[in-house]
Design a protein around this ligand. Structure first.
Ligand code: UGA
Length: 439
């Protein structure tokens, strides 16, 4: 089967590469000529473990190719995935202009039956708008060509995207016709052979599933951050509480880690967009409004703790920031809590030295020369008044504490992800602050 994927961002590129990996013939299309030229040379626009190898292998075997021309990609294709960006508009709603533009273009160039599938995260009702856009373009050409529109939201996590795609927990597909169902069944057969479900449903439910899943996960995080903050006040330890509640299978142990707020390109945007959808239909999603408010406050927590430790004045002090990306195993800086933290420290007159194993190139245009980019975690800590652990990269998990003690002005550590053992650190002579377990 031949498939065209429009949009070579996270979702499009991973989808294209992984479909090619199981023998589907894939053409990836993007309007960004520079990006396509780089991809043709095997250079990826994102950092994602395992992806370069798959792209390279399938490009060499001819199963995966890249072009800027949708028109030239369509002949012989059976499925077109729309995986272009849906950035948040000023009012929090998802901006669908790129999705609809692609739909129009498909209608302008298609010559035979196509299954057009929305893969970008899009609000309920988008598939219907995509349908209308294709119809409009076809009528402008005075052509009648059969097509279906389906919704197939993506659930991959950055940093684990290849594995998530190849071994999905489930695949959700919203379809209107038996034919669309059969095409997707055939396409996804290699991924569900080992018992992972391919869930067919109506289109609106598929669109809604994506938002409901991300909003539920964001809710868990804000809930745990709220609990962590209460733990601090009452003298309890959120790490113990987390284990205690996570052993109840109804709650489950995953995704219960408090921290310095969720970031990334998905949760903040999707929670906002769902609140907005609710409002459009006259419904106030009060839980999600609280989830968002808690998250905004949580992004300030580490800076609050630092300022409190230094008696309200950090002017002239110097801090080491370990980790910049919104989470480990990605260079993605979108909505990264590190940016808010650094802004606060700088505004209070502090100096900041940062180190991230992968994201420094992405962070450079955002931070410019307001901070110093260090060569490694120890260089960042040299002469600093404290270390602030922001992103839980594995490289930060077992530092040489005695070496750090010698480098720091004062051995103080603010652990924004609770990855260190507080008892061990205190024994090593450090003052330790975590989330939800110390004052
Ligand atoms: C998220 C979802 O997990 C994916 O299922 C979904 O497909 C994706 O959004 C999307 O919509 O495309 P992602 O944003 O890559 O994936 O990252 P997550 O691993 O979910 O982490 C999101 C944020 O939550 C990070 O800032 C992370 O640090 C934070 N988090 C996560 C916590 O604070 N605590 C946790 O226990 C888990």
């Amino acid at each position: 089967m031949k498939v065209v994927i429009v949009g070579t961002g996270y979702v499009g590129l991973v989808t294209g590469a992984c479909l090619a990996e199981v023998g589907t013939s894939v053409v990836c299309v993007d309007v960004d000529a520079a990006k396509i030229a780089r991809l043709q040379k095997g250079l990826l626009p994102i950092y994602e473990p395992g992806l370069p190898e798959i792209v390279m292998r399938n490009q060499q075997s001819g199963g995966l190719s890249f072009t800027t021309s949708l028109a030239s990609a369509l002949p012989g294709a059976e499925v077109v995935f729309i995986a272009v960006g849906t950035p948040p508009g000023e009012d929090g709603s998802a901006d669908l202009q790129y999705v609809l533009q692609v739909a129009h273009e498909v209608g302008q160039h298609m010559d035979h039956y196509l299954l057009v599938v929305t893969k970008s995260t899009v609000p309920v009702g988008t598939a219907a708008r995509v349908n209308r856009a294709i119809k409009e373009s076809l009528s402008a050409r005075q052509r009648i060509i059969e097509y279906d529109v389906a919704s197939n939201p993506e659930f991959l996590k950055e940093g684990a995207a290849v594995n998530d795609f190849l071994k999905p927990d489930r695949i959700v597909a919203g379809v209107n016709t038996t034919h669309a169902r059969e095409v997707l069944e055939q396409l996804y057969r290699p991924f569900v052979l080992n018992g992972h479900p391919l869930l067919f449903m109506d289109v609106a439910s598929a669109e809604m599933t994506k938002y409901a899943a991300n909003a539920m996960l964001a809710t868990r995080i804000s809930y745990m951050n709220d609990m962590a903050n209460v733990c601090t006040l009452v003298g309890a330890d959120i790490n113990q509480v987390r284990k205690g509640i996570g052993s109840d299978p109804r709650i489950g142990k995953h995704f219960l880690y408090p921290g310095i707020g969720y970031g990334g390109s998905c949760f903040p945007k999707d929670v906002k967009a769902l609140i907005r959808t609710g409002r459009e239909y006259g419904y106030q999603l009060r839980i999600l409004e609280a989830v968002e408010a808690v998250n905004e406050d949580q992004k300030q927590l580490l800076a609050d703790k630092v300022i409190r430790h230094f008696d309200g004045n950090i002017s002239g002090r110097s801090f080491a920031i370990w980790g910049l990306s919104f989470k480990p195993n990605t260079d993605d800086m979108r909505e990264a809590p590190s940016l808010i933290l650094i802004e606060r420290l700088l505004a209070a007159g502090a100096q900041v030295r940062v180190y991230d194993p992968v994201a420094m190139e992405e962070a450079l245009p955002l931070l410019g020369n307001s901070v110093t980019f260090a060569d490694d975690m120890y260089a960042a800590a040299t002469d600093a008044d404290a270390i602030l652990l922001v992103t839980e990269w594995n490289a930060f998990r077992m530092p040489d504490w005695q070496r750090l003690k010698g480098l720091l002005q004062s051995p103080v550590l603010f652990d924004g992800r609770n990855i260190y053992d507080d008892v061990h650190l205190v024994k090593q002579g450090f003052t330790y602050y975590g989330i939800g377990n110390t004052a």
